[in-house]
Ligand binder design. Structure first.
Ligand code: CS2
Length: 500
């Protein structure tokens, strides 16, 4: 189909005629860092729905935080479409629905338009600075502390044109100090445990590393006028491909260069600590509660934890998508067993969300064939995802006297993939697993070709899993044995070993 003849998405050409867009909010009260698919399918949709219910100054200035100069396709595409894009809700039965949030007022690239981003954060009309910058965007190192060895962090501490996310926020807060120090909420929407507290601690660590006069003013401002609520965010929104663009054209007769595919499920749980107001997100299904932690724990450990297992073991079995991995009987059963027997005992069930029912629902969600969620995408950045998803489960299981062997096989699969690359899985067919730690881990394991030894070296390095785990001989031996088995006999044998 030649899509060039179709009308481009605009307020006049919507995928569904008469689709009600929120009235153009007069002011972008939200600056959002991380203009990826997750934000565009989650917070933006909740905000649009909230605005349909209660009007307010809640337009969004979207900031792309990915490094690299030059035009960002998402910014250019949205700008050409008046800030619009289609959210394609893809159902398991093949049904497709379209939504157009229409809440973005401007798009900026942090790399190249840093001054504009700081001005936006500093503006008196900005009331919320929200973030979806992924786990690695927080520039934290061992123990979750600000990584002062990271050259970008060091440069941002010395320089007022920041390139890291923490640098952008702190320098933005500095601008706010100049424009009257109005209260603001910095809202973390990433898959981190206790994400509001973690962000606050990291901001504090960044500020503490600045010279005295700057440091003291900023710390006082952070303490008095900046809130950082914790949130649990959940919606599977894979990367956009040409197939999704073709689907918009075929199903709705519109040309959209930047649509977002997403599953029907969406959940947002937040603490209601907003110092300068917020959209009526509760009218859009968001849940406000003081105690977000049980929701976060359950979601990060069960959903994201199982996702990563499916991704690493799935890649080694030759699966390109999460759906293929979970519908592979052997792998699906092992991951279900890991969720039920290894992960569930370490989570507190939030009220109204029984763990067993949540697991059954997750298996259904993962098996949605319409999503095409790539294993290589979920497997990427394991060095910053595994500490969040698996470390606590493993640590608590070991403390309770259990060695979680399926998770050990998952850790082993990760070490095979990041050190073995194309030798471990079909990188050509399945895609590259990106990970900032890859070069360092390759160097660390350079002297050995024995997979068990390589796994031991990665654990001993102490960055992937905490010391108590990395020094637990029964667990380390289990990972080493799983790595050897994966290498010589494959996933089936490793899972048979893990489940005996
Ligand atoms: C995924 C998440 O890419 C990943 O690592 O596990 O993005 C996942 O799809 C979302 O957290 C679902 O809410």
């Amino acid at each position: 189909m030649d899509t060039r003849t179709l009308p481009r998405l605009s307020r006049a050409h919507l995928p569904v005629p008469g689709l009600a867009l929120p009235p153009g909010p007069p002011e972008p009260g939200i600056v959002h860092l991380g203009l990826g698919n997750f934000h565009r399918a989650h917070q933006a949709v909740h905000t649009a729905d909230a605005l349909r219910h209660t009007d307010g100054p809640w337009g969004i200035t979207g900031v792309s935080t990915s490094p690299g100069r030059g035009p960002r396709p998402v910014i250019t595409g949205m700008a050409e479409q008046g800030g619009l894009y289609t959210v394609l809700t893809l159902r398991r039965d093949g049904g497709v629905a379209a939504a157009v949030p229409g809440v973005h007022r401007a798009g900026l690239a942090a790399d190249g338009q840093g001054a504009e981003v700081l001005a936006a954060i500093g503006s008196t009309t900005t009331r919320i600075v929200s973030l979806t910058v992924t786990e690695k965007g927080y520039t934290s190192g061992p123990g979750g502390h600000l990584d002062l060895d990271d050259p970008l962090v060091r440069a941002d501490l010395a320089n007022t044109t920041p390139r890291t996310v923490l640098g952008l926020i702190v320098r933005g807060l500095q601008q706010r100090l100049r424009t009257g120090a109005a209260p603001v909420t910095v809202l973390c929407c990433d898959n981190l445990m206790d994400n509001g507290h973690q962000l606050r601690r990291l901001l504090g660590e960044f500020i503490a590393a600045l010279p005295a006069p700057e440091r003291d003013d900023l710390q006082a401002y952070l303490d008095a006028s900046v809130s950082t609520p914790s949130t649990m965010v959940d919606r599977i929104a894979p990367a956009t491909t040409d197939e999704h663009r073709a689907l918009v054209a075929r199903a709705f007769g519109i040309r959209d260069t930047v649509p977002v595919p997403a599953e029907p499920y969406s959940l947002w749980v937040l603490q209601d600590h907003f110092l300068a107001g917020r959209p009526a997100w509760e009218a859009a299904g968001a849940v406000f509660t003081e105690d977000v932690a049980p929701y976060e724990l359950m979601k990060l450990r069960l959903l994201n934890g199982a996702h990563s297992l499916l991704a690493y073991l799935g890649l080694l079995r030759g699966h390109r998508s999460i759906e293929q991995a979970v519908t592979d009987d052997l792998l699906g059963a092992a991951v279900e067993a890991a969720m039920r027997d290894e992960i569930l005992p370490t989570v507190t069930e939030p009220q109204g969300m029984p763990g067993k029912a949540y697991i059954a629902e997750l298996l259904e969600r993962f098996a949605n064939p319409a999503l095409g969620h790539r294993t290589a995408q979920v497997a990427s950045d394991g060095s910053s995802k595994i500490p969040v998803r698996w470390a606590g489960v493993i640590e608590e299981s070991l403390a309770a006297g259990r060695v979680p062997r399926i998770l050990a096989a998952g850790v082993a699969a990760y070490t095979r993939i990041v050190t073995g690359g194309a030798d471990a899985y079909d990188e050509q067919a399945l895609g590259t697993v990106h990970d900032a730690a890859r070069a360092r881990l390759a160097e660390l394991t350079r002297r050995t070709s024995e997979p068990g030894e390589a796994a031991r070296l990665i654990l001993a390095d102490g960055r992937l899993l905490p010391q108590q785990v990395a020094q637990h001989e029964a667990f380390v031996s289990a990972v080493a044995e799983a790595a050897r088995t994966l290498h010589t006999h494959g996933v089936e044998a490793a899972l048979r070993w893990a489940r005996t």
